[in-house]
Design a binder for this molecule. Structure first.
Ligand SMILES: [Zn+2]
Length: 297
C-alpha cells in the first residue's frame, strides 16, 4: 500500500517497504532481506546444478552399463537370443570331452557352415546324436556345433559362443563359430525356411562379432571335405554370401535365386555307424584324424 517515505523507512529496517519518491511508487528492500534473497537464489542455483549433474551422471551410468553389457554380451554366457527376427532356442549340450568340451573360445574371427548328411534328419535328432557321444566315449568321434538349423528354419544353440565346438579340425586355431543345417535333398539342399534362417543367423553373428562375408567359410574351405555339399557348388555359395550381405544390411533374403529344395523328404531313420555326423565327417578325414579334434590331430 503506498505510503509516506517515513513509514517506508520504518518497514525497510525489517523486510521491504513501499516508498514514494517524487510521486513514484517503489518497494525498498532491506540489506538483510537482499542478502537473504541472494542466498536463497544461490541455494536454488546450487540445487538445480546438483540435480542436473545427478541426472547427467545417472544417464551416463545407464549408457555405460548398456555399452558394457552389449560389448560383453557374447562373453557372458555366450547365448545368442535372436537372429534377425528369428528366435533362437537354447538346447545346450552337457559338458563332456566328446561334444561340448567346455574349452574357452577366446575370440570369434570366422563363421563356418556345415550341413548334416541325412535327408530329413531333424535338428533335435542331430543334437541328440552329439549329446550321445559322451556315453560312447570314442576319442575318434568327438563332434559338436554351436548352432543347428532345423528343416523348418528353427535355430537351436547347442554350445555358447564363448566355448569351442568340435566341428572343424584345428578349430582353436580358426577361432570360429560353426553352424550346421538340416538337409531336405540328397544334393545337400535345404528348405527355404532353413536357408532364410541360415542367412539371418550368419548375418546376426557377423554383426555381433564385427565380421563380414569374407570371414564366412564352408567346412570344405578348411578341411577339403564335401561339406556342406550344396555349397560346394560355387554359384550356390556366392549367392548365399550375397544373401547374407543383404540380411546384414536389413534387406529381405532372396530365396528365389538359389536352387532350394522345399520338399522335406521323410527321415529314413537309419543309424548306421559313422553316418550320424554332418556330411564329410568320418569319411573324408579317416578315423585317425576325425574332424572335431581340437588341435587337428
Ligand atoms: Zn562339416
Amino acid at each position: 500500500m503506498p505510503g509516506s517515505s517515513e513509514s517506508g523507512m520504518r518497514f525497510a529496517i525489517t523486510v521491504c517497504a513501499p516508498v514514494t519518491i517524487r510521486g513514484k511508487y517503489f518497494m525498498v528492500m532491506s540489506k538483510a532481506e537482499w542478502r537473504r534473497r541472494r542466498r536463497k537464489k544461490k541455494m536454488i542455483r546450487k540445487y538445480v546444478t546438483l540435480g542436473l549433474l545427478a541426472c547427467i551422471f545417472v544417464l551416463v551410468l545407464v549408457l555405460l552399463v548398456k555399452v558394457v553389457t552389449a560389448i560383453f554380451a557374447h562373453m557372458d554366457g555366450g547365448i545368442i537370443e535372436k537372429a534377425g527376427d528369428v528366435k533362437i532356442t537354447q538346447s545346450l549340450l552337457s559338458v563332456s570331452r566328446y561334444a561340448r568340451c567346455g574349452e574357452k573360445l577366446e575370440a570369434v574371427d570366422e563363421i563356418i557352415i556345415h550341413s548334416n548328411n541325412t535327408v530329413g534328419k531333424t535338428a533335435q535328432e542331430q543334437r541328440d546324436y552329439y549329446e550321445s557321444l559322451k556315453t560312447k566315449k570314442n576319442d575318434n568321434e568327438r563332434q559338436s556345433m554351436h548352432f543347428i538349423i532345423d528343416l523348418d528354419g528353427k535355430i537351436y544353440q547347442c554350445i555358447p559362443t564363448n566355448e569351442i565346438a568340435l566341428a572343424v579340425a584345428g578349430n582353436i586355431k580358426f577361432r570360429s563359430l560353426s553352424i550346421e543345417y538340416c538337409i531336405t535333398g540328397a544334393d545337400g539342399s535345404m528348405s527355404a525356411a532353413t536357408y532364410t534362417s541360415l542367412c539371418k543367423l550368419v548375418a546376426t553373428l557377423c554383426q555381433e562379432y564385427k565380421l563380414n562375408e569374407k570371414k564366412v567359410f564352408r567346412h570344405f574351405d578348411k578341411n577339403q571335405v564335401p561339406c556342406p555339399m550344396f555349397f560346394v557348388n560355387e554359384a550356390n555359395w556366392e549367392q548365399f554370401k550375397t544373401d547374407v550381405k543383404a540380411a546384414r544390411n536389413g534387406k529381405k533374403v532372396s530365396v528365389t535365386n538359389a536352387p532350394i529344395n522345399n520338399i522335406v523328404a521323410p527321415h529314413t531313420g537309419d543309424t548306421q555307424e559313422g553316418g550320424e555326423g554332418e556330411s564329410g565327417e568320418g569319411s573324408g578325414t579317416g578315423a585317425g584324424t576325425a574332424d572335431g579334434q581340437p588341435e587337428g590331430s
